[in-house]
Design a protein around this ligand. Structure first.
Ligand SMILES: [Cu+2]
Length: 97
């Protein structure tokens, strides 16, 4: 019984592994709340700071909504690094819920 189950189990595992490999390179997008934007130049500063982070694919920031939307390669960076970058530029951020 155990032997008969081993092959399908192995196939399932390799299937899951290949799905994981495909999705590992997919970019992730996060929206950050950045409440202390005070003028139209703040989003530019924030965008520049985010674009300097290795792994950031696209960064947009809006004074109107006081948010930044960032697409990044999760193999190269993460949300903590993005928040660190905006914070170092003078704009502490939190993940928008
Ligand atoms: Cu400003």
């Amino acid at each position: 019984m155990l032997k008969r189950m081993a092959l399908p189990f192995f196939l399932l595992l390799s299937l899951l592994a290949s799905i994981n490999a495909v999705y590992a390179a997919e970019p992730e997008t996060v929206v950050l709340d950045i409440p202390n934007m005070t003028c139209n130049f703040c989003p530019i500063t924030i965008r520049k700071a985010l674009n300097k982070v290795d792994g950031v694919i696209k960064a947009e920031a809006s004074f109107e909504t006081k948010t930044a939307t960032v697409s990044f390669d999760p193999d190269k960076t993460n949300v903590e690094e993005l928040i660190k970058a905006t914070t170092n530029a003078g704009y502490p951020a939190t993940i928008k819920k």
